[in-house]
Design a protein around this ligand. Structure first.
Ligand code: ZN
Length: 343
């Protein structure tokens, strides 16, 4: 299996994280990549270093004004009197404000509120370069599977919570969506996205919400008591041309291997019915029973079985890394998943 990784990703080393009103150390840290690399070494897999995604490539799924913001925000922020080291919004426009607004405000504080969904996506001076490097890995994985086979992209920061114009939940550029769109552009008539991260892939759902050519399937913990809180429910099926091309499979808290794999089986059945030409897997490992903020209880063996079940689709498959925050076991879980996949 071809693998892609970039040392540039380490330039994103966020500090800020707000949890239940308490400021905590951010856990989407470069040590995650080190753990994942150890998992690849365990399998004897070497990773190539592709170039970062260009602005033109990012425009395939992201809005121009959002990319401007990501590039400029850290510089403009530190110029503010008394600013902290990372961009963290202190106001978000409410639906009432947006409805009644007569002008767009270009101040960095206003832009930060408009282009971030929450306080879990601090932007530092290296964030954009790191996110573009991660996106470059996802695009390289998509290119690598054009003719069949599978490839893995070690994407950090992750991407599945990022919308076309908004960061959120440790995500800035939607690596998975970029890979899916790249596969479409390279001749795949229909592409399926399978997101097994324990959090709903809300950004990916949002990007393809009105698209019938990309099926988005997400298997995750019940958003009634878990991020992203407002979406991820089974009734959300897409709209317009995308009606029926979004499938959410929320699971009760504490769901272990059998329930998780049963949900995965439902997702795989939907993918088979869709008859895609290619697949993108959004591979988060935070469904693990050993996750610090665990909502699900999947074992190493569960990840190996998931890898085997997904490989049985026999589709060209680009696997993009999403979440998973226990750096002690992240690499082991990756090795078990890819080992099960046959990588
Ligand atoms: Zn997650």
């Amino acid at each position: 299996m071809q693998c892609f990784d970039s040392a540039e990703e380490a330039r994103h080393a966020p500090q800020f994280f707000l949890m239940r009103g308490a400021v905590r150390p951010n856990f989407e840290v470069p040590a995650r990549a080190a753990s994942l690399r150890a998992g690849l070494r365990e399998l004897g897999l070497a990773a190539a270093a592709p170039p970062p995604a260009t602005r033109a490539e990012l425009r395939a799924v992201h809005a121009a004004d959002y990319l401007d913001f990501l590039e400029d925000a850290a510089r403009d922020w530190v110029a503010l009197p008394g600013a902290g080291p990372e961009v963290v919004a202190n106001i978000h426009p409410t639906p009432e404000m947006l409805q009644q607004s007569s002008r767009s405000n270009g101040h960095v504080i206003a832009r930060a509120g408009a282009h971030t969904a929450d306080a879990a996506c601090p932007i530092g001076p290296g964030t954009f370069a790191a996110a573009a490097a991660a996106a470059g890995c996802a695009l390289a994985a998509a290119e690598a599977v054009r003719g069949g086979g599978a490839a893995y992209a070690l994407c950090r920061p992750p991407g599945h919570h990022a919308y076309a114009g908004r960061a959120g939940g440790h995500c800035y550029l939607n690596n998975t969506a970029l890979a899916a769109q790249r596969l479409r552009e390279r001749g795949a008539g229909r592409v399926a996205v399978l997101d097994v991260d324990s959090h709903h892939g809300n950004g990916t759902q949002g990007i393809f919400w009105e698209r019938g050519d990309v099926l988005t399937v997400s298997l995750h913990a019940d958003p009634g008591r878990y991020y992203p809180w407002y979406v991820g429910f089974a009734e959300e099926r897409g709209a317009a041309d995308g009606e029926g091309a979004n499938l959410n499979l929320p699971l009760p808290f504490g769901t272990a291997d059998e329930g998780w794999l049963e949900g995965l089986g439902q997702g795989l059945a939907a993918i088979r019915r869709f008859r895609p030409d290619a697949l993108v897997v959004a591979l988060g490992m935070d469904a693990s029973k050993d996750e610090p903020l665990n909502a699900l209880a999947v074992t190493e063996e569960g990840f190996a079985r998931a890898g085997a079940a997904i490989a049985a689709l026999r589709l060209p498959t680009a696997i993009c890394q999403e979440g998973g925050y226990n750096t002690d076991i992240l690499g082991t879980l990756l090795a078990r998943f890819l080992g099960g996949f046959g990588g």
